[in-house]
Write a protein that binds this ligand. Structure first.
Ligand code: PMP
Length: 447
């Protein structure tokens, strides 16, 4: 008789209306959506073009099953995405986790159909989040999420470049290259004949709050994958379709992956649709091999989801939101930096476009992370919520040290006025957070 929510005993506020970058409850209280929900709602809430596209699609065909029919919305979306992003084929699923699972299985199918059936393992990075299903979670290194499930299929073994806490004696380029070289080292141990693919988030999202690698890292990873016959999977569920000021975050590094997972940026939060894009080489191998795509879900290539995807592309194009994410995001980041100058707990401000991470560090302890028992990211998020602002917490990315950060990622079309409100509310949040930390410290000293 009850709806399951994350904290079973907590009372959640009921959102009854959303518009643009604002969310309201039944009493008219207002929140600025400073995180686009879970970094999903990239074109704002209740956008008229998307509402209309969904309603038209429902009237045209509410559902057809992919083994029995194709449908014009899915055909059109696939063509548009492939043309725009330079891929040969795409397949639509429901969630980001399913997109990652699909990419994993497609990589294995590719090698099987190439006569190299031993190439099955997928390597991944220790600081990462790829989803909550068993397969995608097995690839994810983010300990707070990972520890809740098991047994999982293997462990992420590869380092994720994390410039803020890199060894300061080396240049970022050297550091990035050294991180990538670990992949080659592992391939020598495992034998590349056992490995199908390597997966990365080009810019780390939920598990690390917008950590941007040195470009040399991503280029070197591509080179190692090419030399050892590995497919490169870019998990762009969070970054893809404009969030970072590029259509794909991989474009920041001029590197092309063989398989790309899209999610939040494609559905903008309106309908559960995610996607995998296939390079020509991968698609043609399967096309000219078995000619059969091995997997799918009841709702794959769903016409309403595809109509949402098409409408999201329309809005991104018509409102030039990818370009806007780049220049407006740069302005947002510098305003956040300016505002944070007086908050000594704001240790690092990073990210690209409209994906900004603020790492919260302890100024009384050489900017190390706060003790994990302080729950800084969760406390900041709670204070912000009480203050009418949504932000996204990220914790546990600095290994044994813990690590706390918040993500600021509003809709790409947030207005100037709402942006100022966001920054003011965040300013107040950090002041209150500082006070809460001070009180907590006094309590711990007294105890
Ligand atoms: N990959 C990445 C990079 C993500 O950020 C997420 C969700 N935060 C997922 C995969 C999983 O997506 P979903 O929650 O839609 O299953």
């Amino acid at each position: 008789m009850t709806l399951i929510k994350p904290q079973l005993t907590r009372a959640y506020t009921e959102a009854t209306r959303c518009e643009g970058s604002l969310i309201y409850d039944g009493d008219g209280n207002e929140w600025i959506d400073g995180s686009s929900g879970a970094i999903a709602c990239s074109v704002g809430h209740a956008h008229p073009a998307i509402v209309k596209a969904m309603s038209d699609a429902c009237e045209a065909s509410s559902f057809v099953y992919r083994t029995q029919f194709t449908n014009p919305e899915a055909e059109r979306l696939s063509k548009r995405l492939c043309e725009k992003l330079g891929y040969a084929a795409s397949f639509f699923v429901n969630s980001g986790s399913e997109a990652v699972e699909t990419a994993m299985r497609s990589a294995q199918q590719y090698w099987r159909e190439s006569g190299r059936a031993t190439k099955t393992r997928i390597l991944s990075r220790r600081l990462s989040y790829h989803g909550s299903t068993i397969g995608s979670l097995s690839l994810s290194g983010h300990w707070p999420r990972r520890r809740l499930a098991g047994p999982l299929y293997g462990e992420p073994t590869q380092p994720t470049p994390y410039p803020y806490r890199a060894n300061t004696n080396e240049t970022l380029a050297t550091y990035g290259t050294a991180c990538a070289n670990e992949l080659e080292r592992e391939l020598q141990q495992l034998g590349a004949d056992n490995v199908a693919a390597f997966i990365l988030e080009p810019i780390v999202g939920a598990s690390g709050a917008a950590i941007v690698p040195p470009p040399e890292y991503v280029k070197r990873i591509r080179d190692i994958c090419d030399r050892h016959d590995l497919l490169l999977i870019a998990d762009e569920v969070l970054t893809g379709l404009g969030r970072t000021g590029r259509w794909l975050a991989m474009d920041h590094f001029d590197v092309k992956a063989d398989l790309v997972c899209l999610g939040k940026g494609l559905n903008a939060g309106y309908f559960p649709i995610s996607a995998v894009l296939y390079s020509e080489v991968v698609y043609e191998r399967i096309l000219n091999g078995s000619g059969s795509f091995e997997l799918g879900h009841t709702h794959s290539n769903h016409p309403i989801g595809a109509a949402v995807g098409n409408a999201v592309l329309d809005v991104l194009e018509d409102e030039k939101l990818v370009d806007r994410a780049e220049w407006y995001g740069a302005g947002l980041k510098s305003k956040l930096k300016e505002m944070c100058r007086k908050h000594t707990i704001a240790g690092d401000i990073r990210g690209e476009g409209m994906l900004v991470g603020i790492e919260l560090t302890d100024p009384t302890n050489w900017n190390n992370p706060f003790p994990t028992k302080f729950n800084i990211a969760a406390t900041a998020t709670k204070i912000a919520f009480e203050n009418g602002l949504l932000i996204y917490p990220s914790a546990g990315f600095a290994g044994l040290l813990g690590g706390d950060a918040i993500i600021i990622a509003p809709p790409l079309n947030i207005s100037e006025k709402e942006t100022s409100m966001l920054i003011d509310k965040l300013d107040q949040t950090l002041t209150h957070l500082n006070e809460a930390i001070f009180k907590q410290r006094r309590k711990s000293h007294a105890a």
